[in-house]
Ligand binder design. Sequence first.
Ligand code: HEM
Length: 404
Amino acid sequence: MAKFEKANSINEWMDQRLAVNTLKKVMQTEYWIPKDINFLWAMGMVLAATFGILLVSGIFLLMYYKPDVNLAFDSVNYTIMTEVGYGWLWRHIHGVAASLVFLIIYIHMFTGIYYGSYKKGRELIWLSGMLLFVTFSAEAFSGYMLPWGQMSYWAGMVITNLFSGGSLEAYGLVEWIRGDYVPGDAFLTRFFMLHVLLLPLAIIGLIVLHFGTLRIPHVNNQEGAEIDFEEAAELYKAGKVKESKVIPFSPVFLSKDIFVMGVYFILFFYLTFYHFQFAMDPVNFDPADGLKTPAHIYPEWYFLWSYEILRPFSKDLGLIAFGIAQVIFLALPFLDRSPNVAPASRRGLFHIWFWIMLIDMLVLTFMGKLPPQGIWNTIGLVAALTFFALWIALPIITKSEKKL
Ligand code: HEM
């Protein structure tokens, strides 16, 4: 066993047993961040903070929620909203955070795409990030089932119906997923389990992995410059702060992160107190009724683009298109064949690709909310085909990109 000297402080006592000082160095004071980055690089920490809020508010909601088809709707809309002190506040916080987390995820993703932060050496950061996106999507979907309102029921019906297409019907896959012929008690309790246990655990594991993948390649910077981190760190430690290209994560960079978080939380609580309705569908304030299909079924805004990709196609083709759209971003580091790590503005055709992709996804989002009729249907179909055409074009246009 190691020798334990008499410790003169709690810190020393902990350090002898847990190497807390080494941990502090590795994760904070000697975790080097490039100077040349902007506020968009704070989105990762904003995401981590929003996830924290989702966990805490979720725990409060869990104390009164009842995962039973006869009780769920009232436990949310009556008990939590009117009987429990500040229950409404926790519900609004949870709903607003669930919506904003996707806005920030999309900003974080598109920042990574714009600056090429998924390229050589950083592939695992991207892949773990995309796994977080997919798991967050499942988390949001499962949470949407829990109030057991009309939209919970019918969104659950439409999405699980996808698994009844073609030969899947013969395997009884959709009944297996639902635990019944239609969404019912077994369906609700399994989505409850996913939402409060399995998926949050997976998200926590993936966040740890995501942070771990950042450690060796370090975060990218606005110019995509390759930095000699050891040399830059030595300069910083020698007091040549101006000459060094890096700053330590804590306390220097963290103070900037906290400033951005402050601004974000002003917006967050403004929305929570004054505009929480945007995160709650009015149709979901009617209890689930398997005999009354709502006139128009659509998911929350953050799923609209992929929902619109599914809609114009037949059931089988729709499922394939939807599946591909959900995971195609995983392949980005391998489909972008250019060696350049640089902002899109300096990458010729890729710059155009980036903006068309962004606009296309916005068009899909708007079309996803509109009823699938006439001209909206045609625009939706064109936007869906453009989405796939862009992915096919990506390796071709990036292969011919000139080395910067
Ligand atoms: C809850 C989910 C997530 C959390 C908590 C998180 C957290 C972070 C943090 C703290 C950073 C470092 C600072 C920064 O660049 O913001 C980071 C970087 C990064 N994340 Fe995420 N992230 C999440 C989801 C995602 C998703 C969905 C993607 C997209 C695929 C992604 C891709 C990246 C990339 C590429 C970087 C490197 C940025 C660079 O090198 O400049 N992350 N993430």
